[in-house]
Design a protein around this ligand. Structure first.
Ligand code: ADP
Length: 675
């Protein structure tokens, strides 16, 4: 505090002291009195100076803002006052207080009230909303009193404290309290607060009334230790236990309300202390409906589970993470796993490798949420493949997000196998029909010409016999008879007989061929793994003589094994080698080459020769029964060999076809199941 201001503040006091001392001096007539007075003056002066010093320090260091205000303008103010308003102390002298109030009206109203109070009561205390020079508002506690009692014209001394923090904290507390009260009132949970000592209820909301039955006013008068029904429901026990241990407790119980209603309540007991008092907060929710709903849900789930478990179909549920979240016993059994081994596995775990691509392309084209059914090969635990029909019905939530996909799995392996067997049977039946047709054709066509021959030549024989008989009857001499009958007996009749015999042989050959064909179709098959190198070597050895005669060369390349009937396979290759020798070209030395390879699970063997070859347009025909490309040619045959070969190859699950050999001649290819 500057000395000038201190002097100003203290001048009335100082003047008063000096005036009193002067009077004392005037009154001191004697030396003794004068000395005493002088001593007293000195002491008073010292006291005055000390007091002045103390007051100066107090004003300078006070946490309160202090100002002398006259005519509502600042006469002087301490540093704290300047600091509160955010001004330099030297800029305050003579400044009006108006700008430090919220507005002009507030300034006027405060002035009227404050000065009227000071004049009336000598002092004013009030909380006022003020402003700093930067415009920011704050709450101030102002205490004012007249500088010289009874002299308002001398102005007033004002003390100011910045109480913004306290006021704001108080307001926040008030707001929080109001919010809490609102929340408690609006809460759907019943809230009751009991005093531990006497058990009285000191707070209850509307929901508490609804939950435990009764009006709020009634609850507020209740002692929780005397509420009927709270003993047998266990609520009282839990309440006491919570209070005794100081730990929170919960309880779900059934209570009968004061109106006789039976309710299921979920209760939470929270013991705590407030202002030295032990309290118990009880929160209670009516869970009757939830309990009913849970029971109904459990019952429906149980029913659903029974249905699912009893299903003859497999059921898998794929969760949002694409892993199996559920599988019933049936599907586990189908695939040879336990349900535990499947649950938690990625959805492709059971898909056969060869169908993984199918599954992926399905996923790419599938419409989100669309139900679909498709066939897929699944892999069993033992490595076997199972053909299955999958019916997928994805479930989505209200926002269209994928929740889960129940997949119904039907084992269609047996059905598919039966279908394939039926198809195979149909194919065989068709083939048999074709063969039958061929037989009918052969019977009606190929057997016809020898038959016509037999008939024709028998008639001719008959006529010749008639002629001989007629001549026997009409001839004169034996010589005449000889001349007439001998040409008949020696030429015509033997010629006719020869034709009849040849036709008989032809018919016999045809019938034999048909029998062999039919036998080849009926022979029992033995499917074995065949070492084709060994089999071909044996066939070649059996033909060694023919080969030597023909001065031919047979090359056997390394051959892969196959699975077929050994006798029939040997027959097939013998026929092919035989034909290669039979239909050789006279100009070139005979060369036969047998090669083999494996392609897509099939063993393919080729027999190449450099013989006369087969024109492209006749290649299909040569496998038909009794078909020969050059029946009048020098090579004898029945046209039955290749028919038998095709029949045997097909019965072993293979096929045969003919191509041109690389240089000249024919190439017969035989395809059989590989090992
Ligand atoms: P066949 O040999 O008894 O005539 P196939 O059924 O074995 O009866 O043969 C039918 C016909 O196919 C033969 O008549 C012949 O014209 C032709 N053929 C078969 N194999 C060959 C071959 N390696 N080269 C040329 N032609 C052949």
């Amino acid at each position: 505090m500057p000395p000038m201001i201190a002097t100003l503040v203290l001048s009335p006091l100082a003047a008063l002291g000096l005036w009193m001392l002067a009077r004392l001096l005037r009154q001191a007539r004697s030396d003794r009195l004068y000395r005493a007075a002088a001593q007293a003056q000195e002491l008073a002066w010292e006291e005055l100076m000390r007091s002045l010093h103390v007051q100066t320090l107090v004003l300078a260091n006070s946490g309160l803002g202090i100002a002398h205000v006259k005519d509502r303008r600042i006469q002087w103010a301490n540093p704290r006052w300047a600091e509160i308003f955010g001004v330099q102390p030297e800029h305050l002298k003579g400044v009006s207080l108006a700008p430090f109030h919220q507005d002009a009206a507030g300034f006027e109203a405060f002035g009227r009230e404050a000065y009227a109070t000071i004049e009336r009561e000598g002092r004013f205390t009030g909380e006022v909303r003020l402003r700093r020079v930067d415009g920011s508002p704050f709450w101030g506690l102002l205490v004012g009193s007249l500088l010289v009692p009874g002299h308002p014209e001398e102005g007033a001394i004002w003390c100011l404290e910045d109480i913004s923090r306290r006021v704001e904290a108080q307001q926040e507390r008030d707001d929080a309290l109001k919010l809490n009260q609102k929340l408690i009132a609006a809460s759907p949970t019943g809230i009751m607060l009991y005093r531990a000592t006497d058990g009285t209820c000191i707070l209850a909301n509307e929901a508490a009334g609804r939950t435990v039955g009764g009006r709020v006013e009634d609850l507020l008068q209740q002692n929780f230790r005397r509420i009927p029904g709270w003993v047998e429901s266990g609520i009282l026990d839990q309440a006491e236990a919570a209070l005794a241990t100081g730990a929170e407790r919960t309880l779900e119980t059934v209570v009968t309300t004061s109106f006789g209603l039976i309710r299921q309540l979920g209760c939470t007991f929270v013991p705590f202390e407030s202002r030295g008092e032990r309290l118990l907060l009880l929160m209670a929710s009516d869970v009757t409906e939830r309990a009913h709903a849970t029971a109904a849900l459990r019952e429906s789930q149980e029913r659903y589970r029974t249905v699912v478990e009893a299903l003859n179909e497999g059921l898998l549920i794929v969760g949002p993470d694409q892993h199996f979240s559920y599988c019933n016993d049936r599907v586990a059994e189908m695939l040879g796993y336990t349900p535990q081994e499947l649950i938690g596995r990625y959805r492709t775990f059971i898909v056969a490798e060869e169908d993984l691509g199918v599954l992926e392309s399905r996923r790419a084209t599938r419409k989100a949420g669309a139900t679909e059914a498709y066939e897929l090969r699944l892999r069993k635990k033992n490595g076997e493949t199972m053909e299955a029909l999958l019916s997928v019905a994805p479930i989505q939530d209200s926002q269209g997000r994928f929740v889960a996909s129940p997949v119904l799995v039907t084992d269609i392996s047996v059905r598919r196998r039966t279908e394939r067997e039926r198809e195979q049977l149909m194919l065989e039946l068709e083939q048999k029909n074709k063969e039958l047709e061929t037989l009918v054709y052969v019977a009606s066509h190929d057997l016809r010409s020898p038959l016509v021959n037999i008939q024709g030549f028998s008639q001719r024989l008959g006529k010749s016999l008639d002629e001989v008989e007629r001549q026997l009857a009409g001839c004169g001499s034996i010589e005449d008879l000889r001349t007439a009958a001998l040409p008949l007996l020696r030429e015509r009749m033997p010629a006719a007989l020869e034709y009849i015999r040849a036709s008989g042989v032809k018919m016999d050959a045809i019938i034999n061929g048909l029998l062999r064909l039919s036998r080849a179709g009926r022979m029992l098959l033995r499917s074995e793994v065949l070492d084709m190198n060994q089999l071909l070597r044996a066939s070649a050895a059996a033909m060694a003589f023919q080969l030597q005669e023909a001065e031919g060369v047979l090359e056997l390349e390394p051959l892969p094994p196959c699975k077929a009937d050994p006798a029939q396979t040997a027959q097939v290759f013998s026929n092919l080698l035989d034909n290669a020798i039979k239909y050789r070209h006279g100009d070139d030395p005979l060369r036969i080459r047998v090669s083999g390879r494996v392609e897509a699970g099939l063993a393919i063997y080729c027999v190449d020769d450099n013989g006369i070859g087969i024109p492209v347009e006749h290649r299909a025909r040569i496998f038909e029964i009794f078909q020969r490309l050059d029946p009048q040619g020098p090579t004898k045959g029945e046209g039955l060999g290749l028919t038998l070969v095709r029949r045997m190859v097909e019965r072993n699950g293979g096929r045969i076809w003919v191509e041109s050999a690389p240089v000249r001649g024919s190439r017969f290819c035989v395809e059989l199941p590989a090992v």
